[in-house]
Design a protein around this ligand. Structure first.
Ligand code: NAP
Length: 289
């Protein structure tokens, strides 16, 4: 048994659910499925129980600070704190090819501001040598961005959360005022999702820079995985997608910090905008035809 407490956000289905299953199979004693919808969470618990695994459950909506606080208080009270936190919950854009302000706000509220709310309530209860794994994407590699000023600022080794906040506000304001310049981005399809995942990658470095304890914080692209987010398309199965995040949670050395991982467990240079690691919409589209 691994005497640790783990929690995965948005884990009633998809990659999050697979990570919970893998952590339990690897012997982690206390693993929380969390879900914004109580019943979906409880159904997910039953699925794992049918396989002989025993997850815990708590309701958790990352966009609702009361829900996040309640869950963190519960973990603190029952277990004294948390060893493994996986920020997995996310949504994608409604319209893949057009960016509306409402949709951009919706996506950033979950994918970026949700992680900040989790940080506010869960970082204080992280135990010694805890690990935070932020699920990013190939859409979150800096090569998705072409704006030189923002590339320089976000890839600065000393990036702070305030830089990432300003980037989000710059993007939202450009959408709102219709001043977005297509040349600032590799592609404008899935744009709000790309921006949200760039923030996840940059924020991971900023969180690592700003935390004053021996906690490791890394981000990861889990691969193109068959889930509801990809409308069932993908190269990897759920089980395959769970291996690299679990490796970050249990196996990688604690000294590995502030890195951007790939689904093959390799570290990729997040700061190099010339690496061809961006998400290619034309390639993705072939899977939906
Ligand atoms: P998914 O099957 O749609 O699962 C997303 C999970 O997040 C669901 O459980 C969903 O709950 C939950 N969620 C959404 N909004 C939430 C909120 N406000 N509070 C709490 N939970 C919330 O998607 P997935 O493909 O497994 O995605 C998991 C992670 O991998 C995401 O961060 C995604 O960006 C990333 N990713 C996926 C791929 C891929 O190819 N699938 C590629 C790169 C990165 P409901 O069931 O209630 O909707």
């Amino acid at each position: 048994m691994v005497n640790k407490v783990a929690l995965v956000t948005g884990s009633n289905q998809g990659i999050g659910f697979a990570i919970v299953e893998e952590l339990l199979k690897r012997g982690v004693e206390t693993v929380y499925i969390t879900a914004r919808h109580e019943q979906r969470g409880r159904d997910a618990v039953e699925k794992l129980k049918a396989k002989g695994l025993n997850p815990y459950f708590h309701q958790l909506d990352v966009t609702d600070s009361k829900s996040v606080k309640k869950c963190a208080d519960h973990i603190k009270l029952l277990h004294g704190g948390l060893d493994i936190l996986v920020n997995n919950a996310a949504i994608t854009v409604e319209n893949f090819e057009e960016t509306s302000y409402e949709d951009a706000v919706r996506v950033l509220n979950t994918n970026y501001f949700g992680i900040l709310t989790i940080q506010e309530h869960f970082f204080p209860i992280l135990k010694k040598d805890a690990r935070v794994i932020n699920i990013s994407s190939d859409c979150g590699h800096i090569s998705n961005l072409r704006n030189k000023d923002w590339i320089a600022r976000l890839t600065n080794k000393h990036v702070k959360r305030a830089d990432v906040d300003e980037f989000v506000h710059w993007f939202l304001n450009s959408v709102k005022t219709n001043t977005l310049k297509p040349e600032d981005f590799y592609q404008t399809e899935l744009l709000a999702y790309r921006i949200s995942k760039i923030t996840v990658s940059a924020l991971s470095v900023a969180q690592q820079n700003e935390i004053d304890r021996n906690i490791s914080i890394n981000s990861i692209h889990p691969g193109f995985v068959q889930t509801s987010m990809t409308l069932g398309a993908g190269i990897f199965t759920l089980e395959e997608s769970s291996k690299a995040p679990t490796y970050l949670a249990l196996d990688v050395d604690q000294s590995v910090k502030g890195q951007y991982f790939w689904f093959d467990k390799e570290i990729k240079d997040w700061r190099n905008p010339d690496l061809p690691l961006h998400c290619d919409y034309e390639w993705l589209k072939k899977y939906w035809q």
